[in-house]
Write a protein that binds this ligand. Structure first.
Ligand code: ZN
Length: 265
């Protein structure tokens, strides 16, 4: 490593240490967060310490705002930041550089949608959204859904991880279920795992079966990547049983193996 690189690494480490000190998460708040969201806690102490450090950095870099009369307490922002940092535990926070704002609503938000059916008739309806991620835009989250993540994990669901998987997917400008892949994970291997899994998920949902993954994942390859990522982090055994090839490429993409790191208790 050259002198300039050493200096810039040292500078970055100092800046990060200052940010972590500025946004230090008190012990009782951190313990409370781990107690509420068991999938954060089932890690070795080094991972948990790194998650806490990244959570502080996340709080320092991102801007939270509240809507609909919600009060942004420390519990709210730390719950969101800690869950958002789980997917990038080994990838680094820079992966989230594409956006700054997070808007937290007390409950799901009704989005106005329009569809045109086969007869050309326009239908307008309202869809309740627990979260939404847009390119460069703020990430929207419903606190009611974030708060219940300890329970919804049993069904393999997690709204924060869902939306931040979209952020990873959107980083290259396209929402297509293909995030930026490291050189050691060729697109062909990714597609060979994801495409058949998506097709079988769509077929099972259309047949009225109840797959482990959220049926919403049948909406498109971007949604399939997001719902499979949710399960990967909060119900890894279920994802591995249903889609072992997807689990395998996710271990390489996220550079972590939640099943190995989450021993049965
Ligand atoms: Zn989605």
């Amino acid at each position: 490593m050259g002198l300039w690189q050493r200096l810039s690494t040292a500078w970055r480490e100092r800046a990060e240490a200052r940010a972590v000190a500025r946004r230090r998460i008190p012990d009782d708040l951190w313990k409370r967060t781990l107690a509420r969201y068991p999938f954060l806690r089932r890690r070795d102490p080094a991972d948990t310490a790194e998650l806490r450090r990244l959570t502080s950095l996340f709080l320092d870099r991102k801007e939270f705002s509240a809507a609909g009369g919600l009060r942004l307490t420390n519990d709210v922002v730390v719950a969101i930041a800690a869950q958002a940092c789980l997917p990038i535990l080994r990838l680094g926070l820079d992966r989230y550089d594409g956006f700054v704002g997070i808007v937290v609503h007390p409950d799901a938000v009704l989005a106005r949608r329009t569809t045109i059916d086969e007869a050309g008739v326009v239908h307008e309806y309202e869809e309740p959204l627990a979260g939404e991620a847009m390119e460069r835009g703020p990430v929207m989250l419903s606190w009611r859904d974030v708060r219940s993540a300890g329970y919804s994990a049993q069904e393999g669901h997690n709204v924060v991880i869902h939306e931040f998987a979209h952020v990873l997917d959107l980083a290259d400008g396209a929402s297509n279920g293909l995030p930026w892949l490291p050189p050691e994970l060729p697109v062909a291997e990714w597609a060979a795992a994801l495409q058949p899994a998506f097709a079988s998920h769509v077929a099972r949902v259309e047949a009225g079966e109840e797959p482990v993954l959220d049926p919403y994942g049948a909406q498109g390859e971007d949604e399939f990547f997001a719902v499979a990522s949710e399960a990967f982090f909060v119900a890894p055994a279920s994802l591995k049983a249903e889609h072992p090839a997807v689990y395998g490429v996710f271990v390489r993409f996220y550079r972590q193996d939640p099943l190995a790191e989450m021993p049965a208790r």
